[in-house]
Write a protein that binds this ligand. Sequence first.
Ligand SMILES: Nc1ncnc2c1ncn2[C@@H]1O[C@H](COP(=O)(O)OP(=O)(O)OP(=O)(O)O)[C@@H](O)[C@H]1O
Length: 347
Amino acid sequence: MHDRSGRIAVHGLSKSFGQVDAVQDLSFTVEPGVVTGFLGPNGSGKTTTLRMILGLVTPTAGHATINGVPFQQLSNPATVVGAVLEAQSFHGSRTARNHLRCYAAAMNVPDEQVERALDLVGLSSAGRRRVGGYSLGMRQRLSLATALLGDPQVLVLDEPSNGLDPEGIAWLRGFLRSFAATGRTVLVSSHLLREMEHTVDDVVIVSQGRCVYNGDLERIRAEQRTRVLVQASDPAALVTALQQRGYRVEYEQDGQLAVYDTDSRTVADLALDSGVALYGMRDEHVDLEQLFFQLTRGQYHAAAPTNGAQWGSPGGPGQPDPYAPPQQPPDQGRPNHGGHAGLGGGA
Ligand SMILES: Nc1ncnc2c1ncn2[C@@H]1O[C@H](COP(=O)(O)OP(=O)(O)OP(=O)(O)O)[C@@H](O)[C@H]1O
């Protein structure tokens, strides 16, 4: 029995393709009323996960639910989930309106929904034009219109910004935010945090098929740290002096030292006291983008989550990362598996 919550829940989801572990023990929850970004670099398992959520790929392990049930058990899936998973192919000779009417008929959705969907994506005036003459951005909008035909409670979009110009991206941002503001659920994937950072409220960040962060994007912003990069005459001696005073230090690949949560003056004074000459030093502020790279390059070691935010480790245990947030209580893990908007969206 589905619960109408609009919640997507992913529990211990894994998928292997031969030797490739595309998704590994992934758990997260997507809540209604907010836009959730599903972020990770190319090949990190986003599409595979979305396809499992939508019942298009069978998991090797774990499961996913929408409204408390697997996608296949939704009684009228097109009215629950709308999805756009990849560039949809269209009959170029067909008008957008006719394209949508075909889908509406297959989904048993009244024709009025076609006009509504065209209007929602800003294609009303272009509805009579043949799709063959549509730009890439217009095709993206038409895919979205297809997903919206069933007036779904949940929207799942895979890289919807691809091919959109800045105006299109801004439009999409506004659309997704207003869709979520009506209490509905939005899960949207991207490999670009920067592109999504003003669109999403919550994020699920994956790297190498594993969840490395699940929670509020604002929380990540709050965790931005500073560090000092130092070129020292005797790095080992400086490391000892810093560590004795409780500072966290790491060796960078280029031989510099990275000293966390302090400033260059403090490091310089300490180096002077220790008789270590400094050949170069600079303060570095870690911005959101850098943190995203840090998280997703697979070298991040998870601290326990806090305040519902979940930090995970893509590469297994390792040294604590200086960018790691303070210790937090574990987040509830959830399964993944899901639905796509029936015929909508061309998943
Ligand atoms: N059908 C398949 N057969 C074999 N390997 C696959 C298949 N689908 C995905 N993979 C592999 O699984 C891994 C994850 O792929 P997936 O497409 O899910 O990642 P992604 O994060 O969506 O990447 P992108 O951003 O490039 O679309 C990749 O190594 C990919 O090559």
